[in-house]
Design a protein around this ligand. Sequence first.
Ligand code: ADP
Ligand code: SR1
Ligand code: MG
Ligand code: MG
Ligand code: MG
Length: 418
Amino acid sequence: ETKDNFYVLNTTSVVDYIMKHSSLASRLGGIESNWKVVEVGDGNLNFVYIIEGPCGSFVLKQSVPYVRCVGESWQLNSDRSYFEAIALKKQGTLCPQHVPDLYHFDRHMSIIIMQYLEPPHIILRKGLIKGIIYPCLGDHMSEYMAKTLFYTSLLAISTTTHRSAVAEFCGNVELCRLTEQVIFTEPYMEATNNRWTAPQLDEDVKALRNDKVLKLEVAELKAMFCERSQALIHGDLHSGSVMATVSSTKVIDPEFAFYGPIGFDVGAFLGNLLLAYFSQDGHADKQNDRQGYKRWILATIEETWSKFTQKFLSLWTENWESSGDAYPAGIYRSPTERTLAQEHYMNGILQDTLGFASAKMIRRIVGIAHVEDFEAISNPDLRAGCERRALNAAKKLMKARKSVSSIKEAFELISSEL
Ligand code: ADP
Ligand code: SR1
Ligand code: MG
Ligand code: MG
Ligand code: MG
């Protein structure tokens, strides 16, 4: 249903909207005829405008009551804007360096106004396709994940605070259900939304749907996604939700945020780096065989995981006495017991991460929403070869994740695909 007085903006009505909000108008400066408005949304769900004036700029994002990439036939209420705004605010407090500043939120109109991440910031996925090396990426993303996930988990907060936050984000039901549908359900069955590089991958898709062991693993991951309120997760942390330069990394678009499993975020990020890895042969040319770049991607996966572990555990160790109801300091008294608890916890996150990373990879190859990493490879045989290696690696990782205790072991497991 559409809310009363809600309207979908266009480049003209955006200007009228800003004029009605003097603090926004004065941020831009000058008069409205000096303002430049461009719609740049390239995501699947929403509309995004960049607005620049003589004195300043910002980005305006509006959620509409349907799925943008499908059209009005797929209704989706625009409550997601509220959850994006409150998640942005929370994540911006916990990790301001890697989150755009929030300037304005209008719940009724589902409008968020935030800091414009100016060029040379580009969407990380596009940078990975171009073969750009980001020397700070592992450090920055591990920082973002460690801070946002640790401080919203029961390692840092009481069960009272946690329960009320979980209850608030339970309202993001439509987006959680969208994830359940397009990540954990449809890729493993016949569904009209699904597509893949055909006929090249027809047999691979059939095998996926008949893989009983794999489907049991997916059921387990789906249950974890629905049942485990471990921390406030971003919920859609793929490489299209990161804007980067060689020295700056910002995480945008947390509209899928809710209290879920930590491994869903870490897995989304690492799984999308693996997709970037597997697509590289499709972007190689005479000037650049991309072999060095592939090594950099794998090194960045290892660096992200090891720095995430280090930072997350440092926060835990520093805060052990003061807060968090999960591992009471009174029970965990000795350093030995604390180390044991930490190793156990991180091992669990690693195994969840590998499972969710795999699920994220599989859905991008056989489900509704594909990624530019592969879509930009115009030769279908070349593209299918890249996709098949990614699919096989994801299947192996998903099935064997519980026997893996390091990223090195994970790479060994899929060495024939790498
Ligand atoms: P969706 O929810 O539809 O995926 P996103 O929030 O991912 O929308 O935004 C879509 C696109 O808009 C991004 O890929 C990026 O190009 C641009 N964009 C979004 N937020 C910003 C920002 N703060 N600064 C600059 N560009 C942005
Ligand atoms: C209809 S599926 C759209 C996808 O785009 C979003 O960014 C999420 O990844 C979602 O699964
Ligand atoms: Mg997006
Ligand atoms: Mg900030
Ligand atoms: Mg989005």
